[in-house]
Design a protein around this ligand. Structure first.
Ligand code: NAD
Ligand code: DAO
Ligand code: ZN
Ligand code: ZN
Length: 375
């Protein structure tokens, strides 16, 4: 404790260049901070998006990665809810329990570290990573592509030590996001009809959430036919490829026809604003609710006729599935341990820290749901 650690990390020196494996220095945690030995990290599209240079918040050089799990190495002054040796999942959506947002009971979007997190800094506006004498930015309050990282005490949660961290890391983003969006944000009801646009990790987790909520019909929609067997395995009852409809028929026409007027709940898990419009317009008049989960590229805007909303369809969004990480993730881990909640099933590829660039390549292929790296 209290010493600088020298270790290996994947450094993003600049946008649109491969990650570079380097020896870095990680400073000890300051007041209210925790240093974590990262053991595993999932690769998520947000890492790819930021590395591409399209993310307006992206700051370089940085250590990316936000879907991670590991073991607490040491804690700074005043940290009392985790201790060295605890097994933890890192949280890009922090939970302080004291800010206006945390106390509202209406949202999981804690703002305690939000501003500095967006700038790639620790809450005291400084950095803990150095490489070749140069300071590196943090990323999403996590920076999991490093053997050691330092995070705010509000940006991690201790979980059951029996849980395999090479799987549990996925609860740090994709799986929790989709599952929570269905079970918490939309609160899908028993017997209801659900349509999920985009069958990646997030869309599959929405399907899993809809199954847990006992939805009556779950229609999966993807432009890639290879996703049909995935959707079925997770419990979807139907699959539609929107590029293969009868001539002149839109995906909205198709879904409205299949469901006698439209869906009770729809979800966008593509990040495509045109898909978001279809998801809203495929909702049933009077009560259908569409939840946007996909993150659109910077500057994109959504559109629909306001009459769609006047006539009772509702549009909402969900971040990290509406889940409060410190309060709710340990419970999801327990469900996973009891076999009531899928996690292993999303992993199609594995890699390690030295070969993170290979992992980023796998993600560009249509058959990668999640790649987990050993850090
Ligand atoms: P993914 O790329 O693995 O999956 C997206 C799927 O959408 C693919 O199967 C693709 O074939 C399909 N698709 C693309 N265009 C389509 C179209 N026009 N119609 C139907 N299907 C189409 O991505 P993922 O990891 O599952 O993430 C999905 C989205 O969720 C991304 O935009 C990601 O940034 C976002 N996300 C949001 C949150 C949040 O908290 N809101 C968290 C994590 C990820
Ligand atoms: O502004 O309070 C805030 C938090 C915004 C975070 C929203 C998360 C949206 C999904 C991020 C991409 C997935 C990792
Ligand atoms: Zn993510
Ligand atoms: Zn808070």
């Amino acid at each position: 404790q209290g010493k600088v650690i020298t270790c290996k990390a994947a450094v993003a020196w600049e946008a649109a260049k491969p990650l570079s494996i380097e020896e870095i220095q990680v400073a000890p945690p300051r007041k209210g901070e925790v240093r974590v030995q990262v053991l595993y990290s999932g690769l998520c599209h947000t890492d790819v998006y930021t590395l591409s240079g399209s993310d307006p918040e992206g700051a370089f050089p940085a250590i990316l990665g936000h879907e991670g799990a590991g073991i607490v190495e040491s804690v700074g002054e005043g940290v009392d809810h985790v201790k060295a040796g605890d097994h933890v999942i890192l949280l890009y959506t922090a939970e302080c329990r004291e800010c206006k947002f945390c106390k509202s009971g209406k949202t999981n979007l804690c703002q305690a570290v939000r501003a500095t997190q967006g700038q790639g800094l620790m809450p005291d506006k400084t950095k803990r990573f150095t490489c070749k004498g140069q300071e590196l930015f943090h990323f999403m309050g996590c920076s999991t592509f490093s053997e050691y990282t330092v995070v705010s005490q509000f940006s991690l949660v201790a979980i059951n030590k029996e849980a395999p961290l090479d799987k549990a890391c996925l609860l740090g983003c994709g799986v929790t996001t989709g599952y929570g969006a269905a079970t918490k944000t939309a609160n899908v009801e028993e017997g209801s009809t659900v349509a999920v646009f985009g069958i990646g990790c997030v869309g599959l987790a929405v399907i899993a959430g809809a199954v847990a909520a006992k939805a009556g019909r779950i229609i999966a929609i993807d432009t890639n036919d290879g996703k049909q067997s995935w959707a079925t395995k997770f419990g979807a009852t139907d699959f539609v490829n929107p590029t293969k409809l009868a001539q002149g028929k839109t995906i909205v026409d198709q879904l409205v026809e299949m469901t006698d007027g439209g869906l009770d709940y729809t979800f966008d898990c593509t990040g495509n604003v045109h898909v978001m419009r279809s998801a809203l317009e495929a909702c049933h008049k009077g009560w259908g609710v569409s939840t946007i989960i996909g993150v659109a590229a910077a500057g994109q805007e959504i559109a629909t006729r306001p009459f769609q909303l006047v006539t009772g369809r509702r549009w909402q969004g969900s971040a990290f599935g509406g889940i409060k990480g410190r309060t709710e993730l340990p419970g999801l881990v327990e469900k996973y341990m009891k076999g009531e909640f899928k996690v292993d099933e999303y992993i199609t590829h594995t890699t390690d820290l030295d070969k993170l660039n290979d992992g980023l390549q796998y993600m560009k292929s249509g058959d990668c749901v999640r790649c987990v790296a050993t850090i």
